[in-house]
Design a protein around this ligand. Structure first.
Ligand code: DOR
Ligand code: ZN
Length: 439
């Protein structure tokens, strides 16, 4: 009679080949069996009747601000928020204070993550003009999901804006580089057109469509010349989504849940500075294009770009209000709501949030429910209705741009390598996050 550590009974399992009602079993943190006899026993049996069992959902784009200001966010609080939001792993950006751009800082962060994180983590390392010779080694370090390059400036001073340095960075190393793609020269040139206190919607006029499109055209020209694979983060324009179809041999693409959920001018009228992010939320045409690109397969991954800032700072007039919005705890509920609204299938959501990040970044043992893979599961109730509220946001900044939004579909449990990390809105046990392995 087989014995397991964990048995998940009676759920609808979202397998790579379809949805089947089966029992799944975990042993030693990995998936031991799919389809288990009635006689099997386990240390823990999880009754998943009425729930869908998804592979552990991944948010490949968060800014947990650590080191930085723990009153806004930190790795302990941000990964706790992630687990509450149904995520088994997050990939964390390097624009912290100080930035993660060398082995010393990376080693510090790895050791810290393995002590305090509630979910598994991948770590981006920043590419800078100063560390290009080290990038080929840095990208092979344990736990590193990718080199991240800000080709246009956003929060922090990280920046490689010129073709000369970008080309050199692309020639250093081989793995896929993740880019913030907005053309820095155009950003600088347009800034004088605006003044303090202009409407918040000026954000998308300043950082206009051409800033993003030009940034992506320049990166694709360099990627073509160097042969270096690229992942274009938070693609925000119809033009880029169309253009990238001709670069599928080199480029993968991310779209943010924000760009699939909100549009201008509504978002600025309703939220003011609490709708300001880079690249900006744009007009309805781009929202429609983002959904079309989700449906036709142009989009590989979906992220939250969780980037908390203090409430007091977001209340400042434009452009003094910093760009960035919390989202790690609301990503899964919003995406489930989109599934319920018929905008994408549950299978496509899993493709974007599990298989997609695993494929784009080369994560090992993640991204699908299959024997031998990590026993990571997000259990969701597709019928559960709930209102998103500021007051239960676990990020210390304490707000969400989706406050008051009613959604259908909710993460009921987060299971990470066989350990139930969250059940019914309660975080369980101790932090057990590990670094994700990348091939
Ligand atoms: O809106 C944004 N906020 N975009 C970025 O690129 C960075 C992020 C942050 O770190 O605040
Ligand atoms: Zn970001």
């Amino acid at each position: 009679m087989p014995h397991y550590d964990l048995l998940i009974r009676g759920g609808d399992i979202v397998l790579p080949w379809g949805i089947e009602r089966l029992d799944v079993a975990a042993r030693d943190g990995r998936i031991a069996a799919i389809g288990v006899g009635a006689d099997a026993t386990a240390g823990q049996v999880f009754d998943a009747a009425g729930l869908h069992v998804l592979p552990g959902l991944i948010d490949p784009h968060v800014h947990l601000r650590d080191p930085g200001d723990p009153a806004i966010e930190s790795i302990p609080t941000g990964t706790r928020a992630a687990v509450l939001g149904g995520l088994c792993a997050v990939f964390d950006m390097p624009n912290t204070d100080p930035a993660i751009a060398d082995t010393t800082r990376l080693e510090w962060k790895r050791e810290y993550v393995e002590r305090v994180a509630w979910c598994d983590m991948g770590l981006y390392v920043a590419g800078t003009k100063g560390n290009i010779p080290a990038l080929a080694d840095l990208e092979l370090e344990r736990g590193v999901c990718a080199i991240k390059i800000f080709a246009g400036s956003s929060t922090s001073s990280l920046l490689i804006e010129d073709d000369e340095h970008l080309g050199r960075a692309m020639r250093a190393g081989r793995r896929r580089i993740a880019y913030h793609s907005e053309d820095e020269y155009r950003l600088i040139a347009r800034k004088p057109m605006f003044k303090l206190g202009d409407p918040y919607a000026s954000h998308m006029e300043w950082r206009d469509e051409e800033c993003a499109f030009l940034g992506t055209r320049r990166l694709m020209a360099l990627a073509r010349r160097t042969g270096r694979p690229a992942h274009i983060l938070h693609v925000s324009t119809a033009q880029e989504l169309d253009y990238l179809k001709d670069f599928r041999d080199l480029a993968t693409a991310e779209v943010l849940v924000n760009h699939l959920t909100q549009w201008a001018p509504d978002v600025y009228e309703k939220l003011g500075g609490f709708g300001v992010m880079n690249p900006p939320i744009r007009g309805r045409r781009h929202y429609e294009a983002a959904w079309a690109a989700v449906r036709d397969g142009t989009v590989d991954t979906i992220g939250s770009d969780h980037a908390p800032h203090a409430r007091a700072d977001k209340l400042k007039p434009w452009p003094d209000c910093p760009a960035g919005l919390p989202g790690v705890q609301t990503l899964v509920p919003l995406m489930l709501d989109h599934v319920n609204a018929g905008r994408l299938s549950l299978g496509r959501m899993v493709d974007l949030m599990c298989a997609g990040p695993a494929r784009v970044y080369g994560a090992v043992g993640k991204g699908r429910i299959a024997a031998g893979y990590d026993a990571d599961f997000t259990l969701v109730d597709m019928k559960h209705r709930r209102r998103i509220e500021d007051r239960w946001i676990a990020t210390p900044a304490g707000w969400t741009p989706f406050d008051g939004v009613e959604v259908t579909g909710w993460p009921m449990a987060t299971i990470i390598r066989g350990h139930v990390a969250m059940r019914d809105d309660e975080v369980l046990g101790a932090p057990q996050g590990r670094l994700v392995r990348f091939g």
